[in-house]
Structure formats: structure tokens, C-alpha cells
Ligand binder design. Structure first.
Ligand code: ADP
Ligand code: MG
Length: 269
């Protein structure tokens, strides 16, 4: 065999040093097959390189998924679009392709009362975007504001906001839950201004813009923030009944039916 002419141990070490783990793992098997089937050398090299590239892509996406801190198990596949008829599945799918808006400062705003699937959908959009090669961070707005407030106290707010630039999309869930003391420091306004027309945000809220005065220090700043957010935005209103409540009611309903049928079953005995 040709491969016996080389020092396999040294090759393995070299592939380690070159950080080519896929080629390191695959070359003995591929080389054997190539020898047996008489592949041209270029075909063997190409096969190994393609596997290394695919593996690198897979690892990168895995790393980005860890960094994204998405909600577990919330995917577009598990999202029931029939529960939100004003939302087009095709439109959401097109959004997850990303190229038309993401990274250019385009935003998405999801409005709706509690339990209608805002968190589920935003995390699912984030997941699809990561799978399509984008970098995403999902966070509850209050958590991020807390971190940015700390950064402001440490006099590193600017660099903390700049670090978030590596994420093409920042998902701020439940913006209306920002508390009064959080609003007063206006770190959220600085974040919105910094990303304006450069980096995208997906924001969920259970309150319409009119009620956003509690999120920012004063009405003028609220107006300025909303202005920047909506300038290049797609807005979805999810005004449906709470999915959570509906699911609970359905569970309760089936329980009642069971109770009703069981006495009947007893009497037939
Ligand atoms: P919101 O963020 O609007 O308060 P969530 O996204 O937390 O709502 O949804 C509440 C629960 O109901 C979650 O477990 C979520 O997965 C589920 N849910 C909501 N809407 C849907 C839907 N259309 N299809 C499937 N599950 C849904
Ligand atoms: Mg939510």
C-alpha cells in the first residue's frame, strides 16, 4: 500500500499542529479507499479538504448556537402558525434567510399580549438565522440592561455596546419589563442609537409604543428611540388569545370530559 511509505504518526502530529481534525480522523480510511479504488491523488485531496470545511462549518454553527443563548426547544417547526393567523409562515421563513435586512440595521418588532408566542417565535427566528450563518444573542431586556448599567458604572459602557456588534441580531425580549430605575440610566437608548442602521434588533413587547414612556428617561427620548427602531422595521402584531391559556383550557377540558365519561362507564358495568 502506498500509505505504508509515509510515517503515519508524524502525519497525524502534523495534522494536529495544522488544526485539521477532520482530515486527521479521516485520512487513513480515505487513503485506503483511494488506493483500493485507484482514485486520482487530486480527488483524495479534494475529498479530505471538503470534509474539513464541512466540519469547520458545523463547529462554527455549534459555537454560535451556544453563544446565542436561545430558548430551549423553541423552533419554527414547533410553532403553530394556525394559532396566529395574521402571521404568514412564508414571510417568517423569508425573514430567516436574513440577507434582505439583517446586519444592515433592519429591525423586527413583535407586539402582543402575554402568552401569544412572542418569546417562542423570536427565539425560533434566532435559531434559524444561526443555522443560516448569522450570529445572534437572545436576552431578556432587563438582563441586558442590568449588564449595561454595570458597564456604565465601570466606565466601559461604550466598549460593552461595541462588543455586541459581533452579533448580527440582538433579540431583546420583553422590552416593556424594563424597570423605572433601569430606564433612568438610558443605557438602552444608547444601545439603540449605537446599532441604528448598522446592526439589527428583534424586540418583543406586550405594550404598544404609546406605553413605552416607562422604558426611557423622558418622552423625547422615547420618541427618538421609537423613531430609530421603526425606521427600517418589520412590525408584527400578534393580537390573539394566549396560547398558554388556550393550552391550559384544552387540558382542563379533556380532564372534564374524562370525569363525565367515567361515571357513565361505571353505570354500564
Ligand atoms: P409570550 O412571549 O408572548 O408571552 P411565549 O412565547 O412564552 O409567549 O409562549 C407561551 C408558551 O406557549 C410557550 O411554551 C410557547 O412555546 C407556547 N406557544 C405560544 N404560542 C405558540 C404557538 N403558536 N405554537 C406553539 N407553541 C406556542
Ligand atoms: Mg415572552
Amino acid at each position: 500500500m502506498n500509505s505504508s511509505n509515509i510515517d503515519a504518526a508524524r502525519l497525524t502530529l502534523a495534522l494536529n499542529e495544522l488544526r485539521l481534525p477532520a482530515i486527521k480522523a479521516l485520512w487513513p480510511r480515505f487513503a485506503e479507499q483511494a488506493d483500493k479504488e485507484g482514485w486520482p491523488a487530486a480527488r483524495l485531496l479534494n475529498a479530505l479538504v471538503e470534509h474539513e470545511l464541512a466540519e469547520r462549518d458545523r463547529r462554527r454553527i455549534e459555537r454560535h448556537l451556544t453563544q446565542a443563548r436561545l430558548l430551549h426547544g423553541k423552533t419554527l417547526e414547533t410553532f403553530d402558525f394556525t394559532a396566529v393567523p395574521m402571521l404568514s409562515k412564508a414571510h417568517i421563513k423569508a425573514i430567516t434567510a436574513g440577507d434582505s435586512w439583517i446586519g444592515k440595521g433592519g429591525n423586527i418588532l413583535l407586539f402582543g399580549p402575554p402568552g401569544v408566542g412572542k418569546s417562542h417565535l423570536s427565539s425560533a427566528i434566532g435559531l434559524a438565522l444561526v443555522e443560516n450563518g448569522y450570529r445572534v444573542l437572545y436576552t431578556r431586556t432587563t438582563d441586558l440592561v442590568q449588564k449595561l448599567q454595570q458597564a456604565r458604572r465601570d466606565l466601559v459602557l461604550e466598549s460593552a455596546i461595541a462588543k455586541l456588534d459581533k452579533f448580527h441580531l440582538l433579540i431583546l425580549d420583553d422590552i416593556a419589563y424594563v424597570t423605572k430605575d433601569q430606564a433612568e440610566t438610558s443605557v438602552l437608548f444608547e444601545l439603540i442609537s449605537a446599532r441604528y442602521e448598522r446592526r439589527s434588533m428583534l424586540i418583543t413587547a406586550n405594550q404598544p409604543f404609546g406605553a413605552w414612556n416607562t422604558i426611557f428617561p423622558d418622552p423625547a427620548m422615547t420618541l427618538a428611540a421609537v423613531d430609530r427602531l421603526v425606521h427600517h422595521a418589520t412590525i408584527f402584531e400578534m393580537n390573539v388569545e394566549s396560547y398558554r391559556r388556550k393550552a391550559a383550557e384544552m387540558a382542563k377540558g379533556s380532564g372534564l370530559r374524562q370525569q363525565k365519561t367515567s361515571p357513565a362507564e361505571i353505570t354500564t358495568d
